[in-house]
Design a protein around this ligand. Structure first.
Ligand code: SF4
Length: 416
């Protein structure tokens, strides 16, 4: 199957006015990509730059605010920088070699290493430094250091070479939908409701379509009318679906798989013949976002059996959107969970916001497919939940599990 290089993420971090934005400009080769100014705190929020580094592949670079501003606003900026560290595969810690106190830098290094991420040191020389003082810093921090002048474009290649030498790119590759052979058909079930955006598909539907086309598999899109399918006379809708399934199954190359929106599990799982593999977009995303490690989400979903009335449940979506009456996060999942528990639960909703720092009160975290964030960010959320010993799962797993455990077993089968 055709593979594409995954994007790695670099965070540029350090104190205010050490030349972080200049380093971004040096790295990107674009002089004015980020605003640079001697005024402390010029970078108030994380700046993102997408670029291709020759021989290393695609990168997302995060230029962060300084971590040494101690005020209410400074706390918020620092929080954003911590988020960038957790998201990044590699942090470039920029420091001014004239500094004599490295306590803050050592704290940052500890934080980065706690998240099992890589860190390299950039000594931004505002004036020529003595060789011994640079050696002293290297020894103190115990990490590979590069000494350069961030505003000198001659240092661009040295910086790239330094990253190429020390950065160990995550080489894990994951097939979005493994075990498909080339050719044949895959049926994508795409119910549309009031929340469906116009003129485009949702990203997981888009990703699946691209994956199939790339491998000469023909995606066929089917829109069920869920209202009719759940109404008093579902026969017409059922026949429409089954006729299509039969037709595709009888072609020489056959129907390989059905991928449904998990909101249609109740209808599609009961309609799909047992001999046809079935999964959902959110299970596909869970497999992709966790690099194939579904165990953590499987463990998480079992927590549903232990929930009691009054327990706190966090429902998270990585992006925010307009909510209509039958919204999956605020209506469908809460309703199904309370029905299962037989009482009221305390739901907290976090849509499009950073992952909460304090998870202490939650008994379960249920995340959306996370298609709008990088896998690194999704992984860091799982790690945080694990550190707090809070079960973590996703929408698709919950909806399948609440149908019944056999449905969950069936929809994860294409990925195990
Ligand atoms: S990030 Fe989550 S809420 Fe946003 S579109 Fe993707 S799955 Fe849906």
């Amino acid at each position: 199957m055709a593979k594409r290089k995954e994007r790695s993420i670099i965070a540029i971090i350090g104190r205010t006015n050490v030349g972080k934005s200049s380093l971004l400009n040096l790295l990107s080769g674009q002089k004015e990509y980020a605003i640079t100014d001697p005024t402390p705190g010029t970078t108030a929020d994380t700046v993102t730059c997408l670029m291709e580094i020759h021989d290393l592949g695609p990168f997302k670079i995060l230029d962060t605010a300084g971590v040494d501003e101690f005020s209410k606003l400074g706390d918020k900026k620092r929080q954003k920088t911590y988020e960038a560290i957790e998201e990044a595969d590699l942090s470039l810690l920029v420091l001014d070699p004239q500094n004599t106190d490295f306590e803050l830098e050592l704290d940052l290094i500890k934080r980065i290493q706690k998240h099992k991420k890589q860190v390299l040191i950039i000594l931004n020389n505002f004036s020529v430094q003595k060789k011994e003082s640079i050696e002293k810093i290297k020894n103190k921090l115990g990490l590979p250091c590069l000494s350069l002048q961030a505003n000198n474009k001659e240092d661009h290649q040295r910086l790239i070479d330094f990253i190429q030498t020390y950065f160990q790119r995550d080489s894990r590759d994951i097939d979005l939908i493994p075990s498909l052979k080339e050719k044949g058909f895959v049926l994508l079930v795409v119910p549309m409701d009031e929340e469906t955006p116009t003129h485009r598909l949702l990203r997981p539907q888009d990703m699946a379509t691209e994956r199939l086309l790339r491998n000469f598999i023909t995606p066929v899109l089917f829109r069920p009318n869920l209202q009719e399918a759940r109404g008093k006379n579902p026969e017409f809708e059922k026949k429409r679906f089954l006729d299509l399934v039969k037709h595709l199954s009888q072609t020489p190359e056959g129907l390989q798989l059905i991928i449904t929106d998990s909101q249609a599990f109740d209808v599609i799982t009961s309609w799909t013949p047992d001999n046809i593999p079935l999964t959902s977009f959110s299970v596909m995303m869970a497999h992709y976002m966790t690099f194939g490690n579904l165990d953590v989400l499987l463990e998480g979903v079992k927590q549903i059996d232990k929930l009691k009335s009054g327990d706190n449940v966090l429902i998270m979506e990585a992006c925010n959107h307009n909510r209509k009456c039958d919204d999956i996060g605020t209506v469908q999942i809460p309703h199904l969970l309370e029905k299962k528990v037989g009482g009221k639960l305390n739901f907290s909703f976090n849509f499009g916001h950073p992952f909460p720092e304090d998870l202490g009160e939650f008994k379960l975290i249920i995340h959306c497919g996370g298609c709008m964030i990088d896998r690194q960010k999704f992984a860091s959320r799982i790690i945080k939940a694990q550190e707090a010993e809070i079960p973590f799962t996703n929408y698709g797993f919950v909806l399948a599990y609440l149908q019944n455990k056999k449905v969950l077993e069936r929809v994860i089968k294409p990925f195990i």
